[in-house]
Ligand binder design. Sequence first.
Ligand SMILES: [Zn+2]
Length: 606
Amino acid sequence: MSNGLDKEAVANLAMKWNLESIFPGGSASAEYNAFRDKLKADLAAAHKSFDDLPKELSSSSRDAYRTFILEFQRIASHVECAYSMADCLTAQDVKDSKALDIFQEMDVLVSEYNNLETRLEAFGKKQDDNEWAALIEDGELSRVRFYLDELRRNARNKMDEEFESFANELAVNGYHAWNRLYDKMAGDLKVDFVEDGKTTEISLGQLASKMDSPDRSIRQQAFEKLEGAWETRADYVTMILNSLGGFRLTLYKHRKWDSPLYEPLVMGRMKRETLDAMWRAVAKGVSKLVPYIEAKKKLLGMDKFMWYDQTAPVGKSDRTVSFADARKLIVKHLGGFSDEMAKFSDTAFEKRWIEAENRSDKAAGGFCTGFGPIKESRIFMTYLDTFGDLMTLAHELGHAYHHNVLREDPYFAGMYPMNLAETASIFNELLVTDAALSQAADQDEKLMLLDQKLSRAHVLFCNLHARFIFDSTFYAERKDGVIPRKRLEELMVQAQKEAFGDTLDSDGYYPLFWASKLHFFLTGIPFYNFPYTFGFLFAGGVYDRAKKEGAAFASKYRNLLHDTGSMTTEELGQKHLGVDLTKDGFWEAAVDRMLEDVEQFVELAR
Ligand SMILES: [Zn+2]
């Protein structure tokens, strides 16, 4: 480039993703429009061809069913692709109303797709075992055998088809409506926040980021405003939570599911023993966090550790990392473990798969989404040159690598459960954090890095465990009737006492936490708490192996990621790590590993 301006222009372009190569023209894209129209037509045709298929599997209908299932799979990957595009379009410009309309269109497509899946489930459940085995035994279907068997097994634990579809239809305006109502309520809540002598009205999302402030009075104010805002809605939220929980329990009763954990465990492809072993190890490890919390209190001059101190930052780094340097650093650190991972990440930058520019019209947060049919991913975030942004970038690149490992597989073989979804992302983070720690410029930066690791462990061990305990006791009591607000608060405080142990002051509990945390209201995913802790510890276990075996582990790691979509969590642990996830040993070691920095932190804090 001939002058500085050109250089800047090139740098700016490098921070913007290329969606044009997927569908040119943004939300008004004719190609994207045609893609969705075709999908609509394909779905209708698939329903029609399912109507016309013989009602039973036999040697004469086998081939027709194979063809149908492969088409169903192709449609699934195209639905995902269309959805990913809508996600990207709304994220890059929240004011793009055409993109928002596309979401409504997608909702219809997704529900048509779900209906087709329900029909296939119901069909599979009725077929003879031998005929089913013959169907999925050979050819392309054998590659997605795990998915198909799971589909059939799950259908066997549901009600009859007509009841299931009736329940699904009722859920749209019943069950899921509670979730939408909650989201609307949370979205509309605003508070007046005072900072630097100025009062501004902010949303709860903006309020949440104030809880990470280094200024304790800001954190405290944020917490009090949050409490106050939900206090005004607590009676309504009590109704929502009770109704939603009641709906779930009624459905479970008719499906003959004896535990509210049945559904989340099926979704996580894991056993109850595994979950119990994990939480036992976590509970055992919490006391080891006490010296860390005590040291943090001293450093920050606090006499008590309150709810709003959970993500208080310690230490600091004045170092900024430009986007171009982040690329170099990430590629270099990943390269120390795997050439392939380094090259892949570098290519993601090169091909402009990453949207990182700082613009006011962008959505908050970060994500990585896959475009299966073209074997590409896109990463969304806002990069502001901080260390946290560097970590987000590394995290999302881990997701993209995971997609890449699965790119040649049939779509159904790449559908991994949410507890394994964070394996590659957290693995990347751990790799980059450790590299950064070994090169920390000074004590302050080192403290900051160690604190980030440990405060994350604290949240995942205590805060998430409290949510799990609350959910468990909530469902146990909800069976006997509606739970009044005061009792919900008691259950929450009880859960926090148990989960936090001595790492939270006895004045520091947050009784209304059940009202302010959106995860308790997600109807799509019940008990959306343990997958976070699971992912963190599992990724830590994998990373530990990588540290011990070095670059030799890179191909094993790749194979592990490759199998995340086609076996149970326990089988994955056994096959690739040689561990039994139902036993406490793996989890205790994983917890200890995540806490091994406590001593160093305490030492440095002195
Ligand atoms: Zn992630």
